[in-house]
Structure formats: C-alpha cells, structure tokens
Ligand binder design. Structure first.
Ligand code: 4AZ
Length: 465
C-alpha cells in the first residue's frame, strides 16, 4: 500500500533553456584572428603565484607541459563571443557562448609528448557548462580527461564508444596527455547555458479541449478484450481512498485540475479520504503513479441512483506542469461539444465502435482482477436499441454498448471509466462514463454509460480553472 502523496513540484522539474547560442560567423572570424597561434600558444606563461616545485617547473618547461596547476594560477580570460580558444588556458564562458578548444596544431595531429590543460568556468554561477567533442581521434594510450565537481575525473581514450561529453554547474578541467610516439587530434566545444526551472505561471492553463487533449502515442483501436499497452490512455485515472494501493473506480482527466467520473463512485465517500491516481498502469502498487488528494466533489445536481451519473473531482493540485512537460503518461481527453438530443445523428455515436478501459474485474465468479489496465472494443447502440434493451428507464443522457455475441463488456470496478472514440487527427474523445448494467458480457443486457455530450455546458461551467 502506498498512500504517500507525490510532491508534484518535484515530479516535474521541467527545464527550459533560456540562453541562446551566440555563435556567429563574424564572431568566429574575429576571435580566430585574435587567438594566439601555434601549438600550446597562450599556455606557457606561468603566473607569479604558480603552484608546483621548482623541479617540476623545469620539467614542464623542458617538455612544454601545461599542467592544470599551471593553468589554475592564471587569471581567467573572458570569453564573450563564440570563438576558438588557444590550446591551453583558463576561461570564463559567458552565457549563450559556445567556444571551441582543440588539440595543439588542430586540424593537424598534435606533436608527441603533450600535456596541456584547460579550465572552464561559467561566467554566471547559475549557468551550466556543456562540453562535447564532435571530433575525437586520439592515438595509442593518449587520453583526454574531463573533471567536474559532480562526476570527478573521467578519462577518454581512443577506443571510447561514445565521444567525450560532460555537463557541470561548476568548473570543468580538461587535460590532454599523450605519449612520446603517438599522435592524433580532437576538437571539443564548451557551451554555457542558463537552465532554470519553469514555474506554473510561465505556462498557459490547460482548459477543456486544449490542443493537447486526446493525444496518445499509441493507437487506441483494438479488437477483443486485452491488457492495454502502457500510456495508451494517459487521461485514465484511478479513483481510490488514501489507504488503498488499488482503486474502486476510474475517471478521466479533462483539464489541468478536473477529473470526470461517475457520481455513484463518490456519492457516499468522505471527501478527505479520496485520492486520484495519475500515471497509473498497474492495478496495485505502481512506482510511476502520482497521487492527488481531492479538493472538491461536484456531483451533477440531478444525480439520483442511475440518473445523471456524473461528477467532477477537483484535484488538490494542478497537472499544468506535467501536461506541458510532454509526459506521455498524462494527458486530458477531449470532450464532445455537440449534444445528441436523443436522435440518431453523428453526435449520438450509434453504430460507432468505441473502446472502454479500466481495472475492473475480468471475471465475476470467482472474482478475478487484472494486474494491469484492460481495454475492450465495443459497438455503440443507437438510442432506440438502447432503450428497447433495458428493463430500466433509459434517458437521452445515457448511451449503451453491446457486443453481439456477449463476453466483451465493462464490468464491476470499471465504473467512472471512459468509453472513447477515435475522432481523427490522432485524437480521442470521451463519449461515455461507465455507469451500470445487468451483469457483464450478457448479450441481452447492454452496458449503460452516462452520455457525456449532454453534460458539456455543465462541465464547462463547473470545471472552470
Ligand atoms: C459495476 O459494477 C458495473 N456490464 C459496471 C459496468 C457494468 C456492470 C457493472 C456493465 O461497476
């Protein structure tokens, strides 16, 4: 059982790059002209506060070695435009700038016995440095090392499967060390970007029938009852109590704050025990699920037993960030905007094939619950066929499905869940809410749903953000 509430803010640390790349041909040209020329140029000056022993210094001088400690003692050069950097040095990279550093002599091979170093720091302490090396062809045992506070020192050799790359909020120290007989070359870029977390107020509200609605990466069409692939119905939620890992009903996300379900699911429940499970696939504990408390239950005013079986659940939290984060596990479903009015027009969906999905029982006796979300494809009856089939009064605000041979149906535990049709352009629309039926899968007893199209105005009025 897992009744912990996931902190929404943490779950959706959407990142937006606010810097822009400032690489211009002009910038490159002028920087190239001003950069010191030749191998190791710019890397040989040793500052007065240079670290290391006198002996070490002599050896470095002899071999043209520029160790990180040598570079560390230098005062940093500001890099304010995209440029090619000298083959050693200490650099402060301005936000939005992408600079290049390469092995001495690049594009020719470096000479033997090289030790050279670069230290990069972002000018803005909040920026992140990204180093990537699109050209990387070292010789023998030669290595490029990249050191960051986050990941320590990483060594890259000739045989590395992927080219060197690191990102860091702190400084990046790069070192090239080569052998006496080896040769090769590399070219890397270093880029400073300001990454900040998006807050909800930066993003537009997600209203009913938002352009995001009803979209799913998977096709929603199926034949026969079966387990639904993960993320097929990202609007589908579990309606449960805070102490349960599974659910007693389903619901559908319709905007950033509201879930549509059946009134009979929540009519006799205490508000403070209700939970909504988002990103759910497994019926029981699912590590990807997010739970929300429910702030308000709005039952349709006319709700009475089987009549007007529809309710809105207002979540105690917003899905806005999750929805804008392009998380394929969370989406609102589209709602039909045209009332059927009891006729047989397109708006009534008679004869259409719809899909119902839920975690309800696969079998009534003995009761067998599925492990994961199930779905089944069912024909929608015309209003006349629906009315004729039921012993109870069927109103224009209800809708029926019935599979001719029986055996396919919504069942106990599927209540509140969505009956959906494909409305083209890879969109899915909620046409019914699982409400009731006599038994399950009995050919003469269709399943009855609340006809969502007849409640559009009430939904819009009550699911206001
Ligand atoms: C139920 O108890 C239920 N066959 C839902 C749908 C149907 C029957 C029962 C329709 O939640």
């Amino acid at each position: 059982m897992d009744a912990r509430l996931a902190p929404l803010g943490l779950a959706v640390l959407a990142a937006i790059v606010v810097s822009s790349r400032a690489a211009t041909a002009e910038g490159n040209k002028s920087a190239r002209a001003s950069a010191p020329a030749g191998p190791l140029a710019g890397g040989m000056q040793r500052g007065p506060t240079g670290e290391g022993t006198h002996q070490e210094g002599a050896r470095e001088a002899r071999r043209n070695w520029v160790t990180p400690s040598v570079v560390s003692s230098q005062s940093p050069q500001e890099v304010g435009s995209s440029t090619e950097l000298p083959s050693s040095g200490k650099f402060l990279i301005h936000t939005g700038v992408e600079a290049t550093f390469a092995s001495p002599g690049f594009p020719d091979d470096y000479p033997p016995d090289v030790w050279t170093s670069w230290i990069f720091q972002a000018k803005d302490a909040a920026a992140t440095l990204h180093v990537t090396c699109p050209e990387f062809a070292l010789g023998g045992q030669d290595s490029l090392s990249l050191r960051t506070p986050e990941h320590g020192r990483q060594l890259f050799f000739r045989d590395n499967l992927t080219p060197p790359a690191v990102s860091s909020r702190g400084r990046v120290v790069a070192q090239l060390r080569t052998g006496r007989r080896d040769h090769g070359r590399f070219r890397c870029t270093v880029r400073a970007e300001l990454i900040r977390e998006v807050s909800e107020s930066d993003l537009p509200a997600v209203q009913v029938n938002d352009p995001l609605c009803g979209r799913t990466k998977h096709t929603t069409r199926i034949v026969g009852g079966e387990a639904a692939p993960k993320n097929t119905y990202p609007w589908l939620v579990g309606v449960t109590t805070r102490s349960r890992a599974d659910m007693f009903c389903e619901g559908s996300i319709i905007n950033e704050r509201f879930v549509l379900t059946a009134a009979h699911c929540v009519a006799r429940r205490k508000l403070w025990v209700l939970n909504v499970q988002v990103r759910k696939h497994l019926r029981n504990r699912d590590s990807e699920e997010l739970r929300f408390k429910v702030k308000r239950v709005i039952k349709y005013p006319g709700y009475k037993r089987l009549q007007d079986d529809i309710a809105l659940l207002e979540l105690d939290g917003s899905l806005r960030l999750l929805l804008h984060n392009d998380d394929v596990r969370v989406r609102p479903i589209c709602l039909p905007t045209t009332a059927c009015g009891g006729g047989s027009g397109d708006a009534c969906f008679g004869g259409r094939t719809a899909v119902v999905a839920g975690w309800g029982v696969n079998q009534q006796r003995p009761k067998a619950y599925p492990k994961s979300l199930q779905r089944v494809e069912l024909p929608v009856l015309t209003s006349e066929a629906c009315e004729a089939s039921q012993p109870t009064v069927i109103t224009d605000s209800m809708l029926c499905t019935s599979y001719s041979g029986g055996g396919r149906d919504a069942c106990q535990g599927d209540s509140g869940g969505p009956l959906m049709v494909d409305t083209g352009k890879s969109k899915t629309t909620l046409i019914g809410i699982v409400s009731f039926g006599k038994g399950c899968g009995v050919p003469e007893h269709p399943a009855v749903y609340t006809r969502v199209s007849e409640y559009y105005d009430w939904i819009i009025e009550n699911a206001r953000l």
